[in-house]
Design a protein. Sequence first.
Length: 95
Amino acid sequence: MNIISINRKVKQIVCAEGQEVRIREWNDMAQDFGIRSKHGDIDCAGVFISSMLHLCGNKAIIKYIDNQGYRIGLKFLNYKGVTDYIYSPDMIEPI
Protein backbone atom coordinates (compact mmCIF):
# COMPACT_ATOMS: atom_id res chain seq x y z
CA MET A 1 0.00 0.00 0.00
CA ASN A 2 1.32 3.42 -0.97
CA ILE A 3 0.83 6.45 1.25
CA ILE A 4 1.34 10.03 0.12
CA SER A 5 1.95 13.22 1.99
CA ILE A 6 0.57 16.33 0.31
CA ASN A 7 2.14 19.68 1.15
CA ARG A 8 -0.22 22.59 0.73
CA LYS A 9 0.21 26.23 1.58
CA VAL A 10 -1.76 25.86 4.78
CA LYS A 11 -1.28 22.28 5.96
CA GLN A 12 0.08 18.88 5.11
CA ILE A 13 -2.33 16.02 4.35
CA VAL A 14 -1.66 12.27 4.31
CA CYS A 15 -3.70 9.97 2.05
CA ALA A 16 -3.55 6.22 1.48
CA GLU A 17 -4.90 3.70 -1.00
CA GLY A 18 -8.45 2.73 -0.08
CA GLN A 19 -9.16 6.07 1.59
CA GLU A 20 -12.31 8.02 0.80
CA VAL A 21 -11.61 11.50 -0.56
CA ARG A 22 -13.39 14.37 -2.27
CA ILE A 23 -12.35 16.37 -5.34
CA ARG A 24 -11.56 19.88 -4.15
CA GLU A 25 -13.70 22.84 -5.18
CA TRP A 26 -12.60 24.83 -8.22
CA ASN A 27 -12.24 28.16 -6.41
CA ASP A 28 -10.22 26.55 -3.62
CA MET A 29 -7.71 25.06 -6.07
CA ALA A 30 -7.57 28.24 -8.17
CA GLN A 31 -6.74 30.26 -5.06
CA ASP A 32 -3.98 27.81 -4.00
CA PHE A 33 -2.38 27.24 -7.43
CA GLY A 34 -3.54 29.97 -9.78
CA ILE A 35 -4.93 29.77 -13.28
CA ARG A 36 -2.51 28.41 -15.88
CA SER A 37 -3.85 29.33 -19.29
CA LYS A 38 -6.40 31.25 -21.27
CA HIS A 39 -8.58 28.11 -21.04
CA GLY A 40 -8.82 28.50 -17.26
CA ASP A 41 -6.87 25.38 -16.27
CA ILE A 42 -5.68 25.26 -12.67
CA ASP A 43 -1.91 25.01 -12.28
CA CYS A 44 -1.76 22.17 -9.73
CA ALA A 45 0.65 19.26 -10.24
CA GLY A 46 -1.61 17.33 -12.62
CA VAL A 47 -3.31 20.40 -14.15
CA PHE A 48 -7.00 20.49 -13.32
CA ILE A 49 -8.58 21.29 -16.67
CA SER A 50 -11.86 23.15 -17.08
CA SER A 51 -13.64 20.04 -18.41
CA MET A 52 -13.09 18.45 -14.95
CA LEU A 53 -15.23 21.10 -13.20
CA HIS A 54 -18.19 18.69 -12.95
CA LEU A 55 -16.10 16.49 -10.62
CA CYS A 56 -15.64 19.14 -7.92
CA GLY A 57 -17.17 18.03 -4.63
CA ASN A 58 -17.64 14.41 -5.72
CA LYS A 59 -16.47 11.58 -3.49
CA ALA A 60 -14.07 8.83 -4.57
CA ILE A 61 -11.89 6.05 -3.20
CA ILE A 62 -8.14 6.11 -3.89
CA LYS A 63 -7.49 2.98 -6.02
CA TYR A 64 -3.75 3.46 -6.38
CA ILE A 65 -0.92 5.90 -5.84
CA ASP A 66 2.03 5.74 -8.24
CA ASN A 67 5.51 5.14 -6.85
CA GLN A 68 6.47 8.81 -7.03
CA GLY A 69 3.20 9.94 -5.43
CA TYR A 70 2.50 12.18 -8.42
CA ARG A 71 -0.55 10.40 -9.89
CA ILE A 72 -3.46 8.71 -8.20
CA GLY A 73 -6.26 6.52 -9.48
CA LEU A 74 -9.77 7.20 -8.24
CA LYS A 75 -12.99 5.20 -8.21
CA PHE A 76 -15.90 7.62 -7.90
CA LEU A 77 -18.81 6.89 -5.59
CA ASN A 78 -22.34 7.49 -6.87
CA TYR A 79 -21.15 9.38 -9.95
CA LYS A 80 -21.90 8.17 -13.47
CA GLY A 81 -20.35 10.97 -15.56
CA VAL A 82 -16.95 11.13 -17.26
CA THR A 83 -14.10 10.41 -14.84
CA ASP A 84 -11.29 9.32 -17.20
CA TYR A 85 -8.71 11.92 -16.25
CA ILE A 86 -5.26 11.98 -14.67
CA TYR A 87 -5.47 13.00 -11.02
CA SER A 88 -2.77 14.39 -8.77
CA PRO A 89 -2.88 14.36 -4.97
CA ASP A 90 -3.33 18.13 -4.73
CA MET A 91 -6.75 17.81 -6.41
CA ILE A 92 -8.24 15.86 -3.51
CA GLU A 93 -9.00 16.30 0.17
CA PRO A 94 -9.64 13.62 2.79
CA ILE A 95 -13.18 13.23 4.04
